[in-house]
Design a protein around this ligand. Structure first.
Ligand code: HPA
Length: 250
């Protein structure tokens, strides 16, 4: 199984896959339940980041178990989705953003590395290119062809959550070069690198962030925006999978 989809908020079911079954994977960090199905001649794993009923808050997600499980079943490429707020006036609700950098403002209550010293050793992972440029290019091409409002490149600011930010924090993040804000991509993308997985992310803007003109904060409101793009997002992911780099590591 080469490909996994990690579905963020609003993406809980792997309906794009046929012959869906469940697979339980044991990891040193606990058990992970994955959905496994097929699409375009390929077996694909699907993982709902927050659980199927959105029951796991950002700081309680077992990021290490999730990534370990994907690695264990042979995944090489991860396509992830994330609902985000926007602090860039050009990035509006409904837009797709293919980010190329992150800034980490989590507070380290979440375990964020596989390398704790001792038996697990010490390793300093290179995250100069946190998101796979090939997947980003493919995502951009697909979005252009589908006529979606989208942005190639952007900086994802990861906060600890589960609270939203203050307007002062959003102003500060904008000064630091941030474009979108979310609560989950760190440490997920970092662990993917530690595990040697190729990782691509599509962010879906679901609200303007705190203090921005037309800011809307609230899970229900933002999930309405997400619901309005669910079908589009599924089509988009299918097309990205169809165009995946084949036969070699990207
Ligand atoms: N802030 C943080 N995370 C988010 C937001 C936001 O405004 N919208 C969606 N996820």
């Amino acid at each position: 199984m080469r490909i996994a989809i990690i579905g963020g908020s609003g993406v809980y079911d792997p309906k794009i896959l046929a012959d869906i079954g469940e697979e339980k994977v044991n990891t040193p960090y606990g058990e992970v339940i994955l959905k496994v199905g097929s699409f375009d001649g390929e077996k694909i794993a699907f993982l709902a980041r927050h659980g199927e009923n959105h029951s796991i808050p950002p700081h309680r997600i077992n990021y290490r178990a999730n990534i370990w499980a994907l690695k264990k079943i042979g995944v090489e490429m991860v396509l992830a989705t994330a609902a985000v707020g926007s602090l860039n006036p050009n990035m509006q609700p409904g837009d797709f953003v293919f980010v190329d950098q992150f800034i980490d403002f989590t507070r380290y209550v979440r375990p964020f590395t596989f390398f704790e010293g001792g038996e697990t050793g010490i390793f300093h992972v290179d995250v100069s290119e946190p998101y796979c440029p090939e997947i980003r290019k493919t995502m951009h091409e697909v979005a252009q062809e589908m006529g979606l409002r989208n942005h190639i490149g952007g900086v994802y600011v990861c906060t600890e959550g589960p609270r939203y930010e203050t307007p002062a924090e959003i102003r500060a993040f904008a000064k630091l070069g941030g474009d979108v804000v979310g609560m989950t991509n760190v440490p997920e993308v970092v662990l993917a690198h530690e595990a040697g997985l190729c990782y691509g992310l599509v962010c879906i803007v679901v609200n303007m962030a705190a203090g921005m003109p037309e800011a809307i904060l609230g899970h229900e409101e933002t999930m309405m925006v997400m619901a309005s793009v669910t079908d589009t997002l599924k089509n988009f992911l299918m097309k990205v999978v169809e165009r995946r780099p084949r036969g070699r590591r990207c």
